[in-house]
Design a protein around this ligand. Structure first.
Ligand code: ABU
Length: 741
């Protein structure tokens, strides 16, 4: 029965259309192509609308609305070419409908008005199409893409993301969307960490995003480029639960896993790369269940649409656009109806069907009528307010478990705007919202308490030992063996050792103030100079006595040796004072790049140390090395020269040689390790402290243990023989003249 009714209706329509005047529409539909091919979903809807309009007795009663379409393949060049072809070859059109892609609309609407044609797009969403100067006779039904930007920014605020990166295809359309986004972001406390634009391949730009540690990435591009971007993201590893890509809602339903030919990624890889992405786009159907111009609610329309003869598998990909496609025919019908009435009112001799391309005034009337048209359709309220695009509800979708799922709405039609989230719809991996960047924490490295206590305890023992030797020196100062070994100079040596040990108490890391730096440097430099100055001066005295017969008759007093030590101390002090004057030591923070580590996925810990630093340390360390190295070298030479003096109590040559040997070995190893272990300040403290304690202890032990041993075993200071290899005429019984007094 219903079938017969429809047949009858179609027959009547056909008969009437034979007599009705024709109003011709030229449709620019991207049915194929890479960027966007929503024409496939549009066609069944607009055919439905044409039938409904032509069967409606209230509008365009005397006219039959016809529609011819061309596949423009989302290509601006092709669409202009095909438009020209149709305008030249076909009977006159009254309006141009389309295009679907903005690039086509931009190209065609800059020329269609030259044929005095008003153009109306059902799907183009480039912001620049709102520019009346460039596109004088152009209207569109779609919400411009920059209208998602408030939703995207509020989405960031919602999840406390304060860093964002952008990437867009180098087309005016997408650059203008991103310009708007950046402008809006600048009014917030969100930071743009990187803005990437690509012309053909996005790979290097995506790699750059990864280098910038981008986590939240806003995109603006055509669908084919979105696939390339996701594939590039997979290749460079910019995907996974910590990465959030944000795409536009007008892509095909499963854009990330269709048309993968020519891509270097498998479907499984693309699914991994896209998982967790957000999608923002307008709600294309009327959210209110109301009957508008076509006496249809959105859901009634949907029921009819999905059983339309022209509807097929391909239409499914962009079926959300069907609502706008249906409505845009009604809008055109209303506008042409208005124009027809206007022509009659104005007493035009030509009716609307007689329009020709030179009829500028008729097109002006059509254009005015279009601008004034407002209706309620299956896509919602339609009206054209100059300079203002409607604040339509934005749908927030997320790619989860390989499918596109609606997770909420952004009610920008309300004031204030807000999100309506679907409870539990967002499934974050492990229930954790990804961070906007690697979360960096700083960790100050300290000397481990165990190491510090060990080193300072050993240094304390060394100091105690030095004090013990000092007491020994005082107690046995009248013992001939001790007396001959210059106890005063030995006490000075012990003082030097105590200073060397004290160095260990002053930390090299976790330094809180620069006084620590200065004291440590002074303790070590002066301590070392005094210790080896004392050894050197004693050996020098022996050398002088046994190599110069004149001197045998003279006394070299201790104060003269003290002067020698003093000269070295003054030299070192002058270097230290000039150093501190020119470039004082400061406490600086040094990051230990090689010790950076991650906690979990995206929390990075950067260890650092506070250490002493002076800009010109290289210049001032060398004079110190020269003075101290000279001391060691000359000491070694003197020890060698006096090696044959066999008066044990008088001559420490062998011990001094041993001490110098120890110190040279320890210094060489220490210096090598310090170069190898650069940046490992804690380890360096352990090594330098260890070497310092060992070196100082050995020096003390080597010099004093034989003396303690001699005193305990009552060895006389005059034991031994003179065997210098030269006849000095030295009389051991008078040696007290040459020793300490
Ligand atoms: N808005 C859907 C088609 C994309 C474009 O405007 O080019």
């Amino acid at each position: 029965m219903l079938r017969s009714y429809y047949l009858l209706l179609t027959l009547i329509t056909c008969i009437l259309s034979l007599y009705a005047k024709e109003l011709r529409l030229l449709g620019l539909l991207p049915m194929t192509g890479d960027g966007w091919s929503g024409g496939v979903s549009c066609l069944p809807a607009l055919q439905m609308a044409l039938d409904d309009v032509n069967n409606n007795g209230a509008i365009l009663r005397d006219y039959n609305l016809t529609y011819n379409w061309i596949d423009t393949k989302c290509n601006e060049g092709l669409s202009v070419y095909k438009l020209f072809e149709s305008l030249h070859n076909d009977p006159t059109y009254h309006m141009v409908l389309g295009a679907g892609c903005s690039v086509e609309s931009e190209a065609t609407s800059q020329v269609s008005h030259l044929w005095n044609l008003t153009q109306f797009s059902y799907g183009s969403s480039s912001p620049i199409l709102s520019d009346r100067k460039r596109f004088p006779k152009f209207f569109r039904l779609s919400l411009p893409d920059q209208k998602h930007n408030p939703a995207r920014i509020d989405l960031m605020k919602e999840f406390k993301w304060k860093k964002v990166a952008t990437i867009n295809q180098a087309l005016e359309f997408f650059s203008s969307v991103m310009d708007d986004f950046v402008k809006r972001v600048q009014q917030t406390n969100i930071t743009i960490i990187s803005q990437e634009i690509f012309t053909s391949s996005p790979l290097t730009r995506v790699r750059n995003l990864k280098n910038h540690d981008a986590r939240i990435i806003m995109t603006a591009m055509y669908e084919d480029k979105a696939r390339e971007t996701l594939c590039a993201a997979y290749k460079v590893g910019l995907y996974g639960p910590k990465i959030v890509w944000v795409f536009v809602g007008w892509f095909s339903t499963t854009f990330w896993k269709v048309d993968l030919e020519g891509l270097d990624c498998t479907e499984a890889e693309m699914i991994k790369a896209a998982e967790g992405s957000f999608i923002t786009g307008p709600v294309y159907s009327n959210p209110v269940e109301e009957r508008g111009i076509a006496n249809l609610t959105a859901s009634e329309f949907a029921k009819r649409y999905y059983i339309q003869p022209g509807y097929n598998e391909a239409s499914k990909n962009y079926d959300s656009f069907a609502y706008q496609c249906y409505d845009h025919i009604w809008v055109v019908a209303m506008a042409l109806d208005c124009a027809d009435k206007r022509l009659q009112e104005l007493g035009y001799t030509k009716s609307l069907d007689m329009f020709e391309y030179e009829d500028h005034d008729i097109n002006e009337i059509i254009f005015q009528c279009m601008g004034n048209t407002s209706l309620t359709g299956v896509s919602g309220r339609v009206f054209f307010t100059s300079g203002a695009d409607p604040n339509r509800i934005v749908k927030i979708e997320r790619i989860q478990d390989g499918a596109r799922q609606t997770v909420g709405l952004y009610r920008q039609d309300k004031n204030p705007k807000y999100f309506e989230w679907i409870e539990g719809a967002i499934k974050w991996k492990d229930g954790v919202i990804p961070r906007d960047s690697t979360y960096i924490t700083f960790e100050e490295k300290e000397i481990p308490m165990g190491l510090y206590i060990t080193m300072t305890s050993l240094a304390s023992l060394g100091i105690c030992l030095a004090i013990t030797f000092f007491i020994f020196n005082i107690m046995y100062r009248h013992n001939s063996y001790v007396k001959m070994s210059s106890p005063n100079i030995n006490n000075v040596l012990l003082f030097g050792c105590i200073l060397c040990y004290s160095t260990v108490f002053f930390k090299t890391v976790y330094v809180e103030n620069e006084i620590n730096c200065k004291i440590r440097l002074v303790c070590f430099s002066i301590g070392f100079t005094i210790t080896f100055g004392a050894l050197f001066s004693k050996t020098w005295r022996i050398y002088r006595i046994f190599t110069n017969k004149q001197l045998l008759k003279r006394t070299i007093k201790d104060y003269q040796l003290l002067v020698i030590i003093g000269i070295f101390v003054v030299l070192v002090s002058v270097v230290l004072i000039i150093w501190e004057y020119i470039e004082p030591h400061k406490v600086v923070t040094q990051f230990l790049d090689r010790e950076v580590y991650m906690i979990g996925n995206d929390a990075e810990v950067r260890p650092f140390v506070r250490v002493c630093h002076s800009e010109y340390s290289d210049y001032f360390q060398w004079p110190l090395y020269v003075v101290e190295g000279g001391l060691l070298t000359f000491g070694a030479f003197l020890a060698w020269e006096t090696r044959n003096v066999k008066i044990q109590a008088l001559n420490d040559s062998h011990e001094i040689g041993l001490c110098i040997y120890n110190v040279v070995i320890l210094s060489a190893v220490g210096l090598t390790l310090s170069l190898l272990l650069k940046d490992q300040e804690v380890l360096m403290y352990g090594i330098t402290s260890g070497f310092l304690i060992i070196g100082t202890f050995l020096t003390q032990a080597v010099i004093f243990v034989p003396k303690v041993h001699a005193v305990r075993h009552k060895v006389s200071g005059t034991n031994g023989a003179v065997a210098t290899g030269i006849n000095t005429g030295f009389n051991p019984s008078s040696s007290h003249q040459h020793g300490a007094e």
